[in-house]
Each structure stands twice: as structure tokens, then as C-alpha cells.
Design a protein around this ligand. Sequence first.
Ligand code: PNS
Length: 161
Amino acid sequence: MGLTALCPGTFDPVTNGHIDIIERAAGRFDALVVGVLDNPSKEPLFGAEERVGMLKEAVHALGNVEVEAFTGLLVEYATRRAADVVVKGLRAVTDFEYEIQMAQMNHQLAGVETLFMTTSPQWSFLSSSLVKEVARFGGDVSTLVPEHVAARLAEKLRGMA
Ligand code: PNS
């Protein structure tokens, strides 16, 4: 039986940094589930279905990757999907404090193991929040997110103006 990894996140929207982690994790596990948190109280710019759609388009060439939305506790979702490990990307030391807390909590709650992958240096500055901020002020995000995501961002922000 193969190993399944779960890559969870908000992905509002997916960035080239996320895709880097997904591609590299997909190369190391037999199956990779990308779990998109559907939590409207976080007030994401994109709804869960939109975020899933953008991710699916971004990873369509990866045959062992599945993308879907989830609600509730990550450990419950990980158990339901029979994930062997959770994989998260670490950009810098600033990510570490929050990530280690979540990893330890998930281990305490259900024995779920988290493996960290270091983000490729070229994307270590990149976050969905910064991409949204740059886009809101009319900046060019075409080198930071896939083309279709840049287009959806522009469309979404135009609709809000
Ligand atoms: O992309 P993000 O915002 O870093 O992803 C955070 C995410 C979705 C992995 C985290 O918020 C999460 O797991 N949420 C589900 C609810 C949950 O299990 N909370 C307790 C975490 S210890």
C-alpha cells in the first residue's frame, strides 16, 4: 500500500510557492490530497469552490494529486482521507512558531504527523496575503501566481471596485 500525504491550506489564492511544495511533495508520495479549508469566518477573498477550481487547474498535470475542500478539524479530515502524513511548507523562521504549534496540537489530538518541506528560496517571500495586497494596488502579480489565477484575481478585484 502506498503513502498518502495531505497538504492543507487556505489557498486564497494558490501561489507559485504553494505549487512548488505540491509538486515536490507529489514527487515523494504515492498520492497527495490538497485540502482547501472552507471556513467562511476567515472571510477569504475567494469562495472555497473558486479556490479549489484554481488549484485543480494549477495541478492538472500531476496525476497523483487530488484537490478538494474540507471543513472542520484537520485531524478529522486527515483521518477520513487515511492520510499518512500532513505536509506543510516552511518559508522562514516566522512560519515556524505557528506551524510547530499546529503540528504539535494535531499530534496531540489524533497522532497526526506533520512533515515540513522548506520552500524553494525563490518563493520564500511569497504569501497569498501579499499577492492580494499587490493586486489590490494594481501591481503585477504575473510572476507570483499562475496566469489563470492572476486573471481571476484581476476579475474579482474589478468586481469589488
Ligand atoms: O494556509 P494556512 O492558512 O496556513 O492553512 C491553515 C490550515 C488550514 C492548515 C489550518 O488553519 C487548519 O488546519 N485549519 C483547520 C481547523 C483545525 O484543525 N484547527 C486546529 C489546528 S491545530
